[in-house]
Design a protein around this ligand. Structure first.
Ligand SMILES: NC(=O)c1ccc[n+]([C@@H]2O[C@H](COP(=O)([O-])OP(=O)(O)OC[C@H]3O[C@@H](n4cnc5c(N)ncnc54)[C@H](O)[C@@H]3O)[C@@H](O)[C@H]2O)c1
Ligand SMILES: [Zn+2]
Ligand SMILES: [Zn+2]
Length: 371
């Protein structure tokens, strides 16, 4: 098959805007699949790239929270078929290193997807004849993408594509942080700082585990309304008094606190929100090379556990289908994460809304009616 062309959201490497351009996509190689992308969420991690907070090779085809339909199989792919609906994995673990073999694909030591290349170090994408790089080796803000078959997890056909896309990042990250990293037990108290797609997913995970109370904190009152609908029992508008309000509601600190912004001011405050013996879970990711000061003596005296969470400490092949089943059974209201469905051409506006904290999740939906 000849290379295909695809409209895609390109980050040129400078500035803070995306350009829509037509890329060429080479056919999938051995062990890879070509996916017709149906939906791609607008995640805070894409924004870090646009705001020059994280370096990536460019030009970059943005998007890493994607879903779609398998349309072509590379050589040797036996566990997927054309027509399968899939959600895409951005932490593309090798599945053979010691960490992967120990059930920790999020700790894979042979990862190449964070360099925005395929496992063999190359890319299938080009723009005007030069290499282009799929963000986190997904590049889902594009009509088509090539990914390793192991990074395309088959999902039930009745699952809506927009929800499926979110399972690929924010949901897997948020629910995983609750279940795998913090291992929250029923009745434990929890606080979530930042209620975007990731924070709201944490709140939904907390509700499922039976945590109580669940305290949502955000600087945007609209987010707090969504957080209440997602399962928060208390909502606190972020201001100078946030810490004492949390102490008040929890009677001296929560059992577990999650930071889901990646903010250099809210991260160091996190251990202060938990009781002695509590857990502070770092989910939000700050700009590269950010050093955060912690009062180590206080952490030691109070026996605080700090947990850094990568991709929910989960196993996508196990967890994606579980979250899909919970959604289909009516136990996980993932539709409420989606504030807007947009066209690819509207993606800059969605990032602008995200910078101001205005939307929960915007999801790019693709119209393939003219394919
Ligand atoms: N650890 C992981 O594996 C992982 C995976 C995915 C995303 N992330 C990171 O999680 C973070 C959140 O992602 P998202 O997509 O939910 O982003 P988002 O921008 O949608 O959400 C951030 C939320 O924080 C709120 N906020 C911002 N500054 C605040 C402040 N000072 N006080 C209180 N609230 C504030 C905003 O109003 C918004 O609701 C990002 O840093 C992203 O890179 C981490
Ligand atoms: Zn993401
Ligand atoms: Zn590995």
């Amino acid at each position: 098959m000849n290379p295909r062309t695809s409209a895609a959201a390109i980050y040129p490497g400078t500035g803070d805007r995306i350009e829509i351009a037509t890329i060429a996509i080479a056919p999938p190689r051995r062990g890879e699949v070509l996916v017709r992308i149906m939906a791609s969420g607008v995640c805070g991690s894409d924004r870090h790239v646009l705001d020059n907070e994280w370096g990536v090779p460019s030009p970059t085809v943005m998007g890493h929270e994607g879903s779609g339909i398998v349309v072509e199989l590379g050589e040797g792919v036996t566990d997927l078929s054309e027509g399968d609906h899939v959600a895409l994995v951005w932490n593309q673990a090798c599945l053979t290193c010691v960490a992967c073999q120990s059930g920790k694909p999020w700790a894979c030591t042979d990862l190449r997807s964070n360099e925005c290349v395929m496992p063999d170090g190359t890319t299938r994408l080009s723009l005007d004849g030069t290499d282009a790089y799929p963000y986190l080796a997904v590049g889902s803000m594009s009509e088509f993408a090539v990914v390793p078959a192991s990074a395309a997890i088959r999902m039930p056909k009745e699952l809506p594509f927009d929800v499926s896309a979110l399972i690929g990042c924010s949901v897997h990250t948020g629910l995983g942080a609750v279940n795998n990293n913090a291992r929250v037990a029923a009745g434990e108290s929890a606080v979530v700082i930042g209620c975007g797609g990731v924070g709201l997913s944490i709140i939904m995970g907390l509700r499922l585990t039976g945590a109580h109370p669940i305290i949502a904190v955000d600087r945007n009152p609209e987010k707090l309304e969504i957080a209440r609908a997602a399962g928060a029992t208390h909502a606190i508008l972020a201001d100078d008094d946030t810490a004492s309000r949390i102490q008040e509601v929890t009677g001296g600190g929560a059992d577990v606190a999650f930071e889901a912004i990646g903010n250099r001011h809210t991260i160091p405050q996190l251990p202060g929100h938990v009781r002695p013996g509590g857990r502070a879970v770092l989910v939000g990711m700050p700009p590269e090379d950010t050093l955060i000061p912690f009062d180590v003596l206080d952490l030691c005296y109070r026996g605080i556990t700090i947990i850094a969470s990568n991709y929910g400490g989960g196993v996508p092949a196990r967890d994606f289908p579980r979250y899909a089943d919970l959604y289909l059974a009516g136990r996980l209201p993932l539709d409420s994460l989606i504030s807007k469905r947009i066209a690819l051409s509207e993606v800059n506006d969605a990032f602008q809304a995200m910078r101001s904290g205005a939307e929960a999740r915007s999801v790019v939906v693709f119209d393939h009616s003219n394919d």
